[in-house]
Design a binder for this molecule. Structure first.
Ligand SMILES: NC(=O)c1ccc[n+]([C@@H]2O[C@H](COP(=O)([O-])OP(=O)(O)OC[C@H]3O[C@@H](n4cnc5c(N)ncnc54)[C@H](OP(=O)(O)O)[C@@H]3O)[C@@H](O)[C@H]2O)c1
Length: 246
């Protein structure tokens, strides 16, 4: 059972992977969940028989959410939606992909936080979660823009905590390594992603991330878990590359 007074949560990217697991966990913990994604069918399936309101929208345009924040007191926002459309050298990346990553991984979470904070500060209650990535803390080849968006989220969280000092609003960044989801379905193809990333490895499961979020929420409101970096036991980040001069 939870020890906090939060009653409502908005979870983005709730139609699959980490977001769906988080939504399911928060429902189990008794919160009313507003579940956001583009895939209306997947959201409806999540909502069947549960305390869930599906919101089928594309986060490219966040304006429809103004109405939600005006109508409903949202206590918890989990900014989780994100994408990695291709694994490619920066110079060979599609410009539209670059823009989409900036829009969904960085701009949308900032906009949602802005919308949520007015009410949270007034009510002196609220918790903002941001799902970043180990890619925002360690360089990975061929994902420069993805890494930049996640690094942006990470520093935003640190700075936002400074701005929110004294408001009682909590901010938590979750920065995972490899989680077994469909994130790489576009970049690698679903089957190839399983083969390359998951079949021979032990990855974090989405439910593990949901457990971490539930734990951070359940701590006394005077305690803010500011960052949770989590890797599979079998994954390590770091190292360097060197090439010889021709
Ligand atoms: N999997 C990993 O190894 C890993 C590691 C570190 C961090 N992360 C981060 O974890 C978060 C969740 O990803 P995941 O791994 O669970 O992948 P996923 O299964 O592909 O989930 C991504 C979610 O984002 C939503 N989304 C994408 N574009 C959207 C848009 N334009 N508008 C609204 N929603 C959109 C998707 O919903 P619709 O398709 O319905 O729109 C989906 O629910 C992402 O921020 C990702 O960067 C993942």
């Amino acid at each position: 059972m939870t020890s906090h007074s939060y009653q409502t949560a908005l979870v983005t990217g709730a139609s699959s992977g980490i977001g769906r697991a988080i939504a399911q966990r928060l429902i189990k913990d008794g919160l009313r969940v507003y579940a956001l994604g583009r895939d209306a069918k997947a959201l409806d399936a999540l909502a069947t028989g549960c305390n869930v309101t599906p919101i089928a929208i594309d986060l490219q345009d966040t304006t429809p959410l103004h109405d939600l924040f005006e109508r409903v007191e949202i206590d918890v926002v989990v900014n989780n939606a994100g994408l990695l459309p291709a694994i490619a050298r920066f110079g060979e990346s599609d410009l539209a992909d670059i823009d989409r990553m900036i829009d969904i991984n960085l701009r949308a979470p900032l906009r949602l936080a802005h919308m949520a904070l007015a009410g949270m500060i007034k009510r002196k209650r609220g918790h903002l979660f941001f799902v970043g990535s180990s890619a925002g803390r360690f360089p990975h080849p061929n994902t420069a823009v993805y890494g930049a968006t996640k690094a942006g989220i990470s520093m935003f969280c640190d700075s936002l905590r400074c701005d929110l000092l004294g408001t009682k609003v909590r901010v938590t960044e979750v920065a995972p390594g490899r989680v077994q989801t469909s994130l790489y379905r576009t970049a690698l193809g679903a089957e190839s992603a399983n083969e390359k990333l998951y079949d021979a490895y032990r990855s974090i499961q989405p439910e593990n991330i949901a457990e971490l979020i539930a734990t951070a929420l359940s701590l006394p409101e005077a305690v803010d878990v500011s960052r949770m970096e989590v890797f599979p036991t079998d994954q390590a980040a770091g190292g360097s590359q060197i090439v010889s001069v021709e």
